[in-house]
Design a protein around this ligand. Structure first.
Ligand code: ZN
Length: 199
């Protein structure tokens, strides 16, 4: 079998690194991109770079934004006394789609995972406590996923937050066990929030 020409192999290898893209899909995408009109390929390349260059973390909650504050933190109509703690920015997108929550968020950017060397210092926990000093927060809702790491992180946070003296609750994962928040449908997520329990 003839070897793939180098630029094509390079494109294939980059695509192959994306999550959920197996070797067959990467190959199909690589050939598809080569077949695309040049203008469209340029648009794709510039969208990739544009997103990477302009998107960074909200200085308050670590959600994604292209400004200083994210759209949630900048919205004066939000309830500023509640913070919902999530693992990733995409969890905020899922919560927002459910229309069941009107408070603020805080993104940990991961979960505790001792086997992978991810301890509390690798998460945005210190920043959360800083917010508790600076903002008038009365409740923290922990909405990490319901898998082992998500539960361990929730328990860890709840213990850490106990001395602070604010209400700490955990969303009722009516989600399938081990289910990711990101993939939960809107009704399930709304209910999970509604039926949160104190920790
Ligand atoms: Zn924010």
């Amino acid at each position: 079998m003839a070897r793939m020409i180098r630029p094509l192999a390079n494109l294939y290898e980059q695509l192959r690194r994306l999550p959920g893209v197996g070797s067959k899909t990467a190959m199909r995408l690589a050939y598809h991109i080569i077949d695309m009109p040049e203008g469209e390929v340029r648009q794709l390349a510039s969208a990739l770079m544009g997103a990477k260059d302009s998107i960074h973390y909200c200085t308050r909650c670590f959600n994604l934004t292209d400004g200083d504050l994210c759209s949630v933190c900048a919205d004066s109509a939000r309830d500023r006394h509640t913070i919902c703690v999530v693992e990733q920015p995409q969890d905020i997108a899922a919560m927002e789609r459910s229309h069941g929550y009107n408070g603020l968020y805080h993104v940990l950017h991961g979960v505790l995972s001792p086997l992978d060397g991810i301890g509390p210092d690798k998460l945005r926990i210190r920043e959360l406590f800083l917010r508790l000093q600076q903002e008038d927060i009365s409740e923290i809702i922990i909405a990490t996923n319901s898998d082992v790491e998500g539960e361990a992180t929730a328990t860890y946070l709840a213990q850490l937050l106990k001395p602070v003296g604010i209400t700490v609750s955990r969303i009722a994962h009516g989600l399938p066990m081990g289910g990711d928040l990101e993939y939960a449908d809107e009704v399930t997520l709304s209910k999970a929030l509604e039926n949160r329990r104190a920790m």
